[in-house]
Design a binder for this molecule. Structure first.
Ligand code: SF4
Length: 206
């Protein structure tokens, strides 16, 4: 099968538990979520995307890379099994970044980053919830009781750390105080509810 690919590029992981890890991003095109704060609008549709077979994708990965981040768009709109089977076979550390809205369809990863989205009422496929090694939540509103309740719900749902990331494509600081308020509310869970950075915006890299 051919995958709609928006771009393949090397950088460092800027977000989540694996922040700072050198990696290559495979950004798939297409998304069925529709967040108001989307920071990858060019990946929302498959219009104009490259259509690549798995060997073409493997060929585009630089030799020095070991950590592959499969991101989007919403990558789980595609059947990721053929791609991840090859990546896993070759020994890559594979990370998926997903809203969790769609099933993984049997694809397996070294690390799943689940970012529940308010645009779909935080709906998530059970296989994503059980595979998640971390949860990223973007904070783009003042503290909301419904989100406090949802974070408590997540704490009971999985053991994965919850990283609260202030919205800000270019490193804006407006929502940092809101994240600090959430950290106060969840101070009883210091290793579970944490501040989520965006290292790439600090470094000025992609
Ligand atoms: S899930 Fe990701 S790609 Fe899709 S709209 Fe939300 S932020 Fe954008």
């Amino acid at each position: 099968m051919k995958y709609p690919i928006r771009e393949i590029f090397s950088s460092v992981q800027g977000e989540g538990l694996l922040v700072g890890s050198p990696c290559t991003f495979i950004r798939l095109a297409g998304c069925n979520v529709g967040c108001s704060f989307c920071d990858t609008p060019d990946a929302l549709t498959t219009n104009g995307a490259m259509r690549l077979f798995v060997p073409d994708i493997l060929f585009a990965i630089p030799e020095h890379t070991n950590h592959i981040v499969i991101t989007g768009g919403e990558p789980t709109l595609q059947d990721l099994r053929p791609l991840t089977e090859e990546l896993n076979k070759k020994g890559y550390f594979t990370q998926l970044e997903t809203s969790g809205f769609n099933s993984l369809q049997g694809a397996t990863f070294s690390h799943v980053t689940w970012s529940p989205k308010v645009a779909v009422n935080y709906e998530a496929s059970p296989d994503v919830v059980s595979a998640a090694r971390e949860i990223k939540l973007v904070i783009d509103q003042p503290v909301e009781p419904s989100l406090v309740d949802y974070i408590y719900h997540l704490l009971g749902l999985t053991d994965a750390p919850i990283l609260l990331m202030p919205e800000g494509k270019m490193g804006e600081t407006k929502f940092i105080p809101v994240v600090m308020e959430y950290l106060d509310i969840f101070a009883r869970f210091p290793t579970r509810v944490r501040f989520g950075t965006r290292l790439h915006t600090i470094l000025g890299v992609r």
